[in-house]
Design a protein around this ligand. Structure first.
Ligand code: ZN
Ligand code: ZN
Length: 146
């Protein structure tokens, strides 16, 4: 959604757009947006500025960076933006919304903050099961001694 500043009526404008993660180029190697991305914007002119109240909603899916379990990453944001009229004739609100979503991406996507990950030795998901490496080591040692 784009707004031509000269076409904003006195009463303001309300814009709505439903897009996809693909169209918005939101995907990251470890994060996919398969659900629709919803954007709404109320646009008003005030003196020498354009005021935009933007709301963005998106939900992505990822595999946890530690244990590889699937997780959901949801974005829900309400932002107020002020642009001076001198900035140009057209404001690309979709691009602003996209930038807002990407801005919040965490460096590493985890199923939970304290995810224990997978043991490199026994391959167990340590959130669900205990590591069995040390037990195996003990039994091996037992066999050697015998
Ligand atoms: Zn995890
Ligand atoms: Zn282990």
């Amino acid at each position: 959604m784009k707004v031509n500043i000269s076409e904003i009526p006195k009463a303001g404008l309300f814009l709505e757009e439903i897009s996809t993660g693909k169209d918005l180029d939101l995907g990251r190697k470890d994060l996919e947006f398969n659900d629709p991305v919803k954007m709404k914007a109320a646009v008003n002119r005030e003196y020498d500025n354009v005021l935009i109240h933007l709301s963005v909603e998106a939900c992505g899916e990822f595999l946890c960076g530690r244990c590889l379990e699937p997780g959901n990453y949801s974005v829900k944001k309400e932002i107020d933006i002020i642009r001076p009229l001198s900035d140009g004739k057209v404001i690309d609100i979709t691009k602003i919304a996209r930038d807002e979503i990407i801005l919040d991406y965490p460096l590493k996507l985890l199923c939970k903050v304290d995810c224990k990950g997978i043991c490199a030795g026994c391959g167990n998901n340590l959130n669900k099961r205990q590591c069995v490496c040390s037990k195996e080591d003990d039994s091996n040692r037992g066999i050697e001694i015998d």
